[in-house]
Ligand binder design. Structure first.
Ligand code: SF4
Length: 314
């Protein structure tokens, strides 16, 4: 496998009412071709900002994002247009991400219209093929978004992302707005498409069980930082960071007769994160010692790419 995406020291700051808020803080990782990287963490951890920076929907403050060894942040207009064909997003809320005045066929064909030279007939042919792959029927072509169920709308979103043959799909909470009964169908569809087209995928979710099921590699974020990253077995069978342990403990046991201890976090995410000295997790960590409040731990490789940021993990 070869690295298709490398993120290096990425930072994103926002300024609000004269205050600077750090959303993504010095994040580095890479993804190999065909891999699925699951990104987990609470709301406000910077997952979506990171995803949107990679898609260049928002501009990072500093750092590098290398796509096939080329820094996308230095791309000119033409190069950026090419990059947009390679990286497509699937959004959380399928309804608000679809233009209510456009018909299903137009929505799915829009990337081809904007980013390729195909004529209308060629676009329609590709749209109908992609609709079929995504579990939609020909008769859906002329319907408007309000005429679809939540699951069908997410299928439209998936078809729109897929139609341009991207190298990378970024799915940002693609099932969290859907009924539980529909979620599994969408996850299965994403898995099938990933295998069929050898897609590289970034999958953001609050649902740890789904992330375990779908990912090869998992990245855990807390207040804009990576606190742990590793292959899926290491993260779920041997979590090392206290925050990861909390997240994993919240997954219901697979065996209903198994007793599983749920670790509870104290407090909420701190609002002014930039004044925290030392470890960003120190105010909520059950194991914090003096050093945690003054010295920031660094992300270190503990074994075979399993990296953790904690003073007390050997
Ligand atoms: Fe907890 Fe300290 Fe480790 Fe941070 S460095 S996770 S506060 S034990």
């Amino acid at each position: 496998m070869s690295e298709v995406l490398q993120v290096k020291n990425l930072k994103k700051y926002f300024t609000k009412n004269g205050k600077t808020i750090t959303s993504v803080d010095n994040v580095s990782f890479e993804i190999e071709k065909g891999e699925t990287l699951g990104i987990v963490g609470e709301s406000g951890s910077g997952k979506s900002t990171l995803a949107r920076s990679i898609a260049r929907i928002i501009e990072p403050t500093s750092g590098k994002i290398l796509f096939k060894d080329r820094d996308i942040l230095s791309f000119n207009k033409k190069e950026l247009k090419e990059y947009r064909k390679e990286v497509q997003m699937i959004f959380q809320d399928p309804y608000s991400s679809l233009n209510p005045r456009m018909r299903c066929g137009e929505i799915i064909g829009e990337p081809l219209k904007n980013l390729t030279d195909l004529n209308n007939e060629e676009i329609k042919k590709r749209v109908l093929e992609t609709m079929k792959i995504s579990g939609l029927s020909d008769f859906h072509y002329d319907r408007y978004p309000y005429e679809f169920s939540g699951g069908q709308r997410q299928r439209i979103g998936i078809a729109r992302a897929l139609i341009i043959n991207p190298e990378i799909i970024i799915a940002d909470e693609p099932t969290s707005a859907l009924d539980v009964s529909i979620q599994a169908q969408i996850i299965n569809l994403l898995e099938d498409l990933k295998k069929e087209f050898n897609l590289t995928t970034i999958f953001i979710s609050h649902d740890l069980a789904v992330v375990e099921h779908i990912s090869n590699k998992v990245l855990v974020m807390y207040l804009g930082k990576i606190v742990e990253i590793g292959n899926v077995e290491d993260i779920f069978n041997n979590p090392l960071h206290p925050y990861t342990k909390v997240l994993i403990s919240s997954i219901p046991a697979k065996n209903p007769f198994e007793k599983k201890e749920k670790i509870l976090l104290k407090g909420d995410l701190p609002s002014n994160t930039d004044i925290i000295k030392g470890c960003k997790f120190s105010s909520r960590c059950p194991y914090a010692k003096d050093i945690c409040f003054s010295e920031e731990p660094h992300l270190e490789d503990k074994k075979n790419g399993h990296k953790v940021s904690c003073h007390f993990v050997d």
